[in-house]
Ligand binder design. Structure first.
Ligand code: TXA
Ligand code: MG
Length: 313
């Protein structure tokens, strides 16, 4: 349908902004993963995101803005929300809160929910793109629905070439995991998705997390088989079998690939999605054995993504 353009440099940035202002879809880098952006105020533009991804229209999108002030014009942030925003924005945090009546966001973005998910990304290209368009940008991860999130422009093109107008190439995403999603209300902060900011850092600012009260939300964790590679994954594998492709973590010999030979969780997070893709390609259908990852810090989000990649489908 499209001849998807790969854009770079200052000219590429203004081309990307022009396409977005014209109501088209452009993938762009953030510090977490690449997002598939569109004008969040335009129903027609947002509809193209769902279409390109094959995403169910009941699954709402995150809106990306340039500052805490811009976010506060879209959602009603209680005290806890403001503290989290000041502490972690720009960064890998998404806040879900009641949408303001005059927010001007297309109804397709929230899938009809009274709440809106908002994030201020820290990646310089994402910041520049939001500033140049002067628009709030709706952007889910730039992958076909149910597949592994992209952390390079090549990953984006692998999945969505021909379905989107362009991708702005900013190299590899430094964090490598999607944002941590927190719902804020007067009752406190509830974790909807573990991600690039560890829970320990969130609770330092927000105190003990509360249980999410609204069971009607389709949170990402409720979509069982997500991030699906073709090969079967075997998790917590202390040893790999002869016929398996082995994805290691920490010191050890004989792994085909190692997420972090020194056992560094930040490094493992940054490598995770690229290595899952590489493992899937090189395993050529053989099972993939993944070494145990400690369940602390970013390890919680890494294990969450691994469990979903391993889920039966
Ligand atoms: O790091 C990220 O969060 C990336 C970058 C591009 O910002 N985006 C991302 O978007 O991961 P996506 O659509 O793949 O995942 C966001 C999740 C969705 O699965 C959706 O269920 C949830 O956020 N979500 C969005 N709006 C929500 C709302 N109002 N209430 C509850 N969950 C919501
Ligand atoms: Mg996604």
């Amino acid at each position: 349908m499209w001849q998807t353009e790969r854009l770079g440099g200052a000219k590429g940035l203004s081309r990307a902004a022009g396409l977005l202002r014209a109501g088209q879809t452009v993938a762009f880098p953030t510090e977490t993963v690449y997002g598939l952006g569109a004008d969040a105020t335009s129903r027609e533009a947002v509809a193209q995101i769902y279409e390109a991804k094959g995403r169910p229209s009941f699954n709402p999108l995150i809106v990306h803005v340039a500052s805490v002030g811009a976010a506060a014009r879209l959602i009603e942030l209680p005290d806890t929300g403001l503290r989290l925003a000041e502490a972690f924005w720009p960064g890998a945090l998404t806040l879900v809160a009641p949408m303001r009546p005059d927010a001007g966001i297309a109804d397709l973005v929230t899938a009809g929910l009274p709440t809106l998910a908002v994030r201020v990304p820290g990646h310089p290209l994402a910041q520049s793109l939001i500033e140049e368009t002067g628009l709030p940008l709706a952007a889910p991860s730039a992958n076909p629905s149910g597949r592994i999130s992209p952390t390079t422009a090549d990953h984006v093109l692998d999945g969505l070439s021909g379905q989107i107008a362009a991708v702005l190439d900013g190299g590899a995403c430094p964090v490598g995991l999607e944002s941590t999603i927190i719902r804020v209300s007067d009752a406190g902060a509830a974790l909807l998705r573990p991600g690039g900011i560890p829970e320990e850092a969130i609770t330092e600012v927000a105190g003990t997390l509360v249980q999410d009260s609204d069971g009607t939300i389709i949170a990402p964790g409720q979509l069982e088989s997500h991030y699906a590679p073709r090969s079967q994954l075997r998790l917590n594998a202390h040893k790999s079998l002869l016929e398996e492709f082995s994805l290691g973590f920490g010191p050890g010999v004989g792994h085909h690939l190692n997420l972090s030979p020194t056992g560094n969780l930040e490094e493992a997070a940054a490598n995770l999605f690229a290595y899952l893709r590489e493992a899937d390609a090189r395993a050529a259908g053989r099972p993939i054995a993944v070494a145990p990852i400690p369940e602390k810090g970013l390890g919680v989000a890494i294990n969450d993504r691994l469990r979903r990649a391993a889920a039966p489908r």
